[in-house]
Write a protein of this length. Structure first.
Length: 133
C-alpha cells in the first residue's frame, strides 16, 4: 500500500484494511493462511493441510462480510472486496464477490486501478470521515 503514490486514506481494523484512493474504496483482508486451506465461510474453523499433516485453524473469513457490511452501510459508494493470501496458499473456500490476490499480485493489480480518477481528494476525505464515525 505504501507503494501507491497517490493521495490516499487508510483505515486499519484488525487484519482488514480500507484503502480510499482516487480510483475507489477497497476493503482488503490480509490473511496469513498457508498451504492448502479447506472449509466453508460459515464454519468456525478451517482445515489446513501441510503434506500429510492437517490441523484446525480459526476461520477469519467468517466475520469478513459482517465487517464489510458495517463499513458499506456508512457510505453511498461501492466498496470493492479483496482477500490477500500467501503466495503458496491453495485456498479452497467458496467466496462470493471477493477478489482473491496473492501477496505478489497486490501492487501490480492495483497499479492498473490507480490511474482511474473517480474521486477528488475532497471526496476521499469525505468518505474517510464517514467511515471513521
Amino acid at each position: 500500500i505504501e507503494k501507491i503514490d497517490k493521495y490516499k486514506k487508510i483505515i486499519v481494523d484488525n487484519t482488514n484494511i480500507i484503502l480510499i484512493i482516487n480510483s475507489g474504496v477497497y476493503f482488503i483482508k490480509v490473511t496469513d493462511y498457508e498451504y492448502k486451506i479447506t472449509g466453508a465461510v460459515q464454519d468456525e474453523f478451517l482445515m489446513q493441510f501441510k503434506g500429510s499433516n492437517r490441523k484446525k485453524i480459526i476461520n477469519d473469513l467468517k466475520t469478513y462480510n459482517e465487517i464489510y457490511n458495517k463499513y458499506q452501510s456508512k457510505i453511498d459508494v461501492p466498496i470493492k472486496k479483496y482477500l490477500i493470501i500467501k503466495n503458496h496458499c491453495q485456498l479452497q473456500v467458496e467466496l462470493k464477490d471477493i477478489n482473491i490476490l496473492r501477496e505478489y499480485q497486490f501492487y501490480y493489480k492495483f497499479k492498473r486501478f490507480i490511474l482511474d480518477n473517480n474521486y477528488s481528494n475532497e471526496k476521499i476525505n469525505e468518505i474517510y470521515k464517514k467511515l471513521t464515525l
